[in-house]
Ligand binder design. Structure first.
Ligand SMILES: *Cc1c(COP(=O)(O)O)cnc(C)c1O
Length: 301
């Protein structure tokens, strides 16, 4: 179980000449993707006497899928997960989140959502939306906000800019709600700013509680390989010694650095984990781009 009396640590790092505080939610729990540990915290702490099975769906490599398999294992529940497709390469060489989830007992189904036959009227099933996008995530994200407030008090930091990259936007939204004195900035990694705004409205009608969205001009496709993403990921490792995830953080850092107005205050970057997913992304990057060539482009400049 998560130890809520033991907040994740905050490091200080320097990247590209700027100083950042880094909230190490990636170190929160060895078996969870950091961000999903927060979002699923509610389901670890409360009693669910009728539940015997988790049902969810999404991609075969998702951090949420892996974290749900951990939750199910901890609670002694079954876990059934639906994907519309598994790549042949992954089937033949299971690795990363996919392998981790199968090792934890996940049962995989191939179909198209929704699956009303499984969920409707079945009180033994806990249905989790793709990416853990649901109300109950508020519980664990509120605890994250409280950790940040306590840390600010201890360090006499009045106001902060907080940054984290978004998928569904659930984490950023609830963080802003419980940190009204700070500004939470986020960028869309899945879809564009319009999509992200829509996600915010689904969870919170009052726009005053919404985080501030920043983005890059260029269109970006989630899960696709970009030279600039690989480059900044390598740079981050070289300059800070911290391993970030390869799906969200590279675009997040690129977006943040392109918005100097956000950097004008002390800034706290939330490291949301997801590093197990690098097992599938990194070999793809290494096949496509030669690390040495990127390094020769004065990566340390
Ligand atoms: C799931 C995830 C996100 C996105 O979180 P949302 O609450 O869906 O916005 C970001 N980073 C990592 C590493 C994640 O696993």
């Amino acid at each position: 179980m998560l130890d809520v009396t033991n907040p994740s640590v905050v490091d200080t790092i320097t990247f590209e000449g700027h100083s950042f505080y880094l909230k190490r939610d990636d170190l929160l729990h060895p078996d969870f993707s950091g961000n999903k540990a927060r979002k699923l915290h509610y389901f670890l702490e409360n009693d669910f006497p009728d539940i015997s099975k988790i049902v969810s769906y999404g991609s075969a490599q998702s951090n949420a899928m892996y974290s749900l398999s951990v939750l199910a294992k901890m609670r002694g529940w079954e876990f059934e997960y639906t994907v519309d497709h598994v790549a042949d390469y992954l089937l033949e060489n299971p690795h990363g989140n996919y392998k981790g989830a199968l090792d934890n007992g996940m049962r995989l189904r191939q179909a198209q959502p929704p699956f009303p036959e499984l969920v409707e009227g079945n009180k033994n099933i806990l249905f989790i939306e793709e990416g853990g996008r649901q109300k109950e995530a508020e519980y664990g994200i509120k605890i994250l906000a409280e950790e940040i407030i306590n840390w600010q008090k201890e360090n006499n930091i009045d106001t902060l800019n907080i940054f984290l990259p978004s998928g569904t936007g659930t984490t950023a939204l609830f963080l802003q709600k419980y940190l009204p004195d700070n500004t939470v900035y986020t960028n869309p990694c899945v879809g564009d700013a319009v999509y992200l705004k829509k996600q915010f409205f689904e969870l919170e009608e009052d726009e005053n509680y919404h985080p501030s969205i920043i983005s890059l001009d260029k269109k970006h496709h989630f899960g696709k390989l970009y030279r600039e993403n690989y480059k900044i990921w390598l740079k981050l490792q070289q300059q800070t010694g911290v391993v970030f995830d390869l799906l969200y953080d590279p675009l997040g850092w690129r977006t943040l650095l392109a918005h100097p107005e956000v950097l004008s205050k002390p800034i706290l970057y939330i490291h949301q984990g997801g590093v197990l997913g690098n097992e599938s992304m990194l070999p793809r990057y290494e096949r496509k781009y030669k690390k040495e060539e990127l390094e020769n482009e004065n990566i340390l400049q």
